[in-house]
Ligand binder design. Structure first.
Ligand code: ADP
Ligand code: MG
Length: 407
């Protein structure tokens, strides 16, 4: 957190404080399925709850809190299906005061009016930033309009700090008084421990859909971990790279040379890159159940959709012996019950385990949350891409923009 002010460093009493939050929550029914203007529900409010400590701390200090966020991908124009209004309403139900004012625009007259009427300790939420294409374009003029609404800037949107968007990158630099919210501080602290100072033995558990999504972090982890345990569809590509038949499994065939070079690197660096010894296979993802086979024996007409029981036991054992475990990406197609066992059992094992256990990644975190195990991890990251990029050692635009440096 070098050169970055924390919430307690900022003078906020009776001042307008613009807080960038990540309230990009899943909605039900989602915007495409919606027919009439029936009730919109927030199907998972984890990201909102994660920002409550910062909002409540600012309210307690009599700040005038102005929340800004994006929601979905409205393509740079107003889209009522992606309004933040229901989100503001839900937020009100989470706050002690039970009230959140809403501005139907994030800039201009509308925003101005709501902001001017804010009293000390009140909270307002502005409409979706991505109703303007300028947000994703990191447009300076757009940032200046937002700047005009407040005297202090706080970033608490960890899930967004890896994106060079206006509210995250251009905007904070326009404020003399700027800093990190409690969530952002907490995330960076936890993930920096992994990046800079992990207690050994250090085991990483990687899964999910693709090798290509996570290549940067794999290469970084190879320089740090003792074991790299691979599951999910990612493992399919590595197994195929070893020449194993994978039937109809999801394999990134154009990434086979890359997978081979990673296997070679692991060997050169003395890292145990462990692949599943058995798999759960089925005809297709909708199958009512699967059968277990050795990882070299996937039939031509089957696809691997989960890790098998021997692999689960092996990975669980290795995690149990670790002082640090980082987990990203589910071990199988966990959305379908017959293929959720690998992910669920390892989640249970890690929840019961000791040591420093961190999980990041949208789908893997959702799996752990569904199992009700999230609070038994040392840290659950609210940012998938951002957590990976931080661990990889990249500079994140939203974090850099908070620093006081002469550049
Ligand atoms: P995260 O969001 O945790 O970073 P990813 O987005 O990389 O994870 O991958 C999650 C997706 O990968 C899930 O939708 C899951 O169903 C899918 N997946 C995992 N294993 C398999 C598999 N063996 N075959 C097909 N899909 C898989
Ligand atoms: Mg995902």
């Amino acid at each position: 957190m070098q050169g970055i002010q924390s919430l307690s460093d900022l003078e906020v009493r009776s001042r307008n404080v613009l807080v960038r939050v990540d309230f990009n929550v899943p909605l039900r029914p989602d915007s495409e399925e919606r027919t009439s203007d029936g009730d919109i529900e927030i199907s998972d409010d984890t990201r909102m709850r994660a920002a409550l400590p910062t909002i409540e701390a600012l309210v307690a200090q009599s700040a005038r809190v102005i929340l800004i966020s994006h929601l979905g991908r409205p393509k740079g124009q107003a889209d009522p299906a992606l309004s933040l209004e229901p989100v503001a309403k839900h937020l009100a139900s989470l706050l002690p005061a039970g009230e959140v004012l809403f501005a139907e625009d994030c800039i201009g007259e509308n925003a101005r009016l709501v902001v001017d009427n804010l009293r000390d300790g009140q909270v307002a939420m502005l409409e979706n930033l991505r109703f303007y294409s300028e947000e994703e374009a990191n447009d300076e003029a757009f940032a200046k309009q937002l700047r005009g609404l407040a005297e202090v800037y706080v970033n608490d949107a960890f899930g967004t700090v890896h994106r060079a968007h206006a509210s995250v990158a251009a905007l904070p630099r326009l404020f003399e008084s700027r800093g990190a919210g409690l969530l952002l501080t907490d995330e960076l602290r936890a993930l920096s421990t992994l990046r800079d100072n992990p207690a050994k033995p250090y085991v990483a558990l990687l899964g999910g859909a693709k090798v290509s999504d996570k290549i940067g972090v794999i290469e970084r982890l190879l320089t740090q971990v003792d074991d790299l345990l691979v599951g999910g569809a990612m493992a399919n590509t590595f197994l195929a790279a070893q020449g194993k038949p994978m039937g109809r499994s999801l394999v990134e065939s154009e990434k086979l040379p890359l997978a081979r070079s990673i296997l070679q690197k692991a060997q050169d660096q003395g890292v145990d890159l462990v692949l599943p010894q058995d798999l759960v296979v089925a005809e297709d993802p909708k199958a009512a159940d699967g059968t277990v086979c050795a990882s070299g024996a996937v039939p031509d007409d089957r696809m691997a959709l989960d890790i098998g029981p021997k692999t689960i036991a092996d990975y669980a054992q290795r995690c149990a012996l670790a002082a640090t475990v980082f987990w990203n990406g589910p071990m199988g197609l966990f959305e379908a019950k017959p293929f959720a066992r690998g992910t669920q059992q390892l989640a249970g094992q890690l929840a019961d385990g000791r040591g420093y256990r961190v999980i990041g990644g949208g789908d893997s975190v959702a799996a752990v949350q569904q199992a009700g195990l999230a609070d038994r991890f040392s840290h659950v990251s609210t940012g998938g891409g951002a957590s990976l990029e931080w661990i990889e050692g990249k500079r994140l635009p939203g974090v850099e923009a908070l620093r006081y440096v002469i550049d």
